[in-house]
Design a protein around this ligand. Sequence first.
Ligand code: 8X3
Length: 245
Amino acid sequence: MTPSPVAVVTGASSGIGAATARALAAAGFHVVLGARRVDRCAEIAKEIDGTAVRLDVTDAESVSAFAAAVPECRLLVNNAGGAKGLEPVAEADEEDWRWMFETNVIGTLRVTQALLPALLASGDGHIVTVTSIAAMEAYDNGAGYTGAKHAQAMLHRTLRGELLGQPVRLTEIAPGMVETDFSLVRFEGDQEKADNVYRGITPLAPEDVADVIAFAATRPSHVNLDQIVLKPRAQASAMRAHREG
Ligand code: 8X3
């Protein structure tokens, strides 16, 4: 029996990452789930016959140890990241910005650099980076997050050119509103503020995004889905949505 190809998912303890781990396992991958909350990854790993490895993308040593535990890798899903704060530039918190750039940008850089040799050696590698519609547009009070997501997207899109001629595909997934703990993290646990983001709207579920990632990952090797933007029907842009009630 041919061994299952290995897929690594970062930020796999919840939300889009956890749903993606499940979808990729269903598509025939052996999934390595990385996140700080490794106990949650272990629960999902048990369910899908995967492997959980602790990963803090903001810590270079943690990323090296993670990569050492993953000698083979066919698919990397750069999903770890997030937002902190929603303030106008005039009042922006420098620490929030530092956190957003550390996790979304430097974190993606570190993990990608660490796993690139294995992806190349697989002969049929694929890097999926989960950016956001925040990587496509600017919105009021979001400059720290939109800035970080644009930078993360540039890293990913630049690799598309730099890796031409190498056996690695690159897919950017840019979701709009998805109901995860994204807003709870952004508002530091303020449930009311988080709920308000999804008020009167049917947001995407993590599984909706995971389905699209699994689709991109299961195309034939010569088919590169470069960029996929997905939003709820009721959302036209980061600043424009239709809410019922
Ligand atoms: C999340 C989408 O619109 O809150 O990445 O920036 S948004």
